[in-house]
Write a protein of this length. Structure first.
Lengths: 111, 114
């Protein structure tokens, strides 16, 4: 997890609130992505970016927005939180087709 | 491929035995595969990777085998230790022209009995 910083580690939101999950890396990685992990399931890709100014949708993009204005940062925005978005969120960064690193995760609860 | 809300497959082994964890992947065009280990409350940790031009790759106490004919990966852990207890995920990297995304399998929970 070295060089990948996710904040916050824990968050509780009320339905309808908005928030931004932060992911920052200092390894000059072009590839950054967001996954969610639900109990008993593997990680599912939400959005990803192959470089500054470029983003694309993954498997489960609905309810989430992203932007990539710099190489270092890839924030994930929830505009109107729903209980179905209760999950653990992981940011992953790397270079294409090489070892990639995950952050420690953000545990989000929407009540 | 797709994840469904099922209980994770579980593998229980005795300390010192060898462990074999299997994984099937979906995209025959995938060209890069990774095994991750995830301990409770932590993010996935890289274990070993393999490219599609290889059949086998060895690391420290771990070996990954790739069978492209049947789209199957396996992770072998030699002399399994209690510290190996975790959930293990395989992941396939889709080619660049298909987005270069990492798609995770469901995961297998490895339990090591002392």
């Amino acid at each position: 997890n070295a060089g990948v910083t996710q904040t916050p580690k824990f968050q509780v939101l009320k339905t309808g609130q908005s928030m931004t999950l932060q992911c920052a890396q200092d390894m000059n990685h072009e590839y950054m992505s967001w996954y969610r992990q639900d109990p008993g399931m593997g990680l599912r890709l939400i959005h990803y970016s192959v470089g500054a100014g470029i983003t694309d949708q993954g498997e489960v993009p609905n309810g989430y927005n992203v932007s990539r204005s710099t190489t270092e940062d890839f924030p994930l925005r929830l505009l109107s939180a729903a209980p179905s978005q209760t999950s653990v969120y992981f940011c992953r960064t790397g270079r294409l087709n090489t070892e990639a690193f995950f952050g420690q995760g953000t545990r989000l609860t929407v009540v | 491929g797709e994840n469904v809300g099922l209980h994770l497959p579980t593998l229980s082994v005795q300390e010192g035995d060898n462990s074999i964890i299997n994984c099937a992947y979906s995209n025959s065009a995938s060209d890069y595969f990774i095994w991750y280990k995830q301990e409770s409350g932590k993010g996935p940790q890289f274990i070993i990777d393999i490219r599609s031009n290889m059949d086998k790759r060895q690391g420290q106490r771990v070996t990954v085998l790739l069978n492209k004919t049947v789209k199957h990966l396996s992770l072998q852990i030699a002399a399994t230790q209690p510290g190996d207890s975790a959930v293990y995920f395989c992941a396939e990297n889709t080619p660049w022209n298909q987005g270069g995304k990492l798609i995770f399998g469901q995961g297998t929970e490895l339990s090591v009995k002392p």
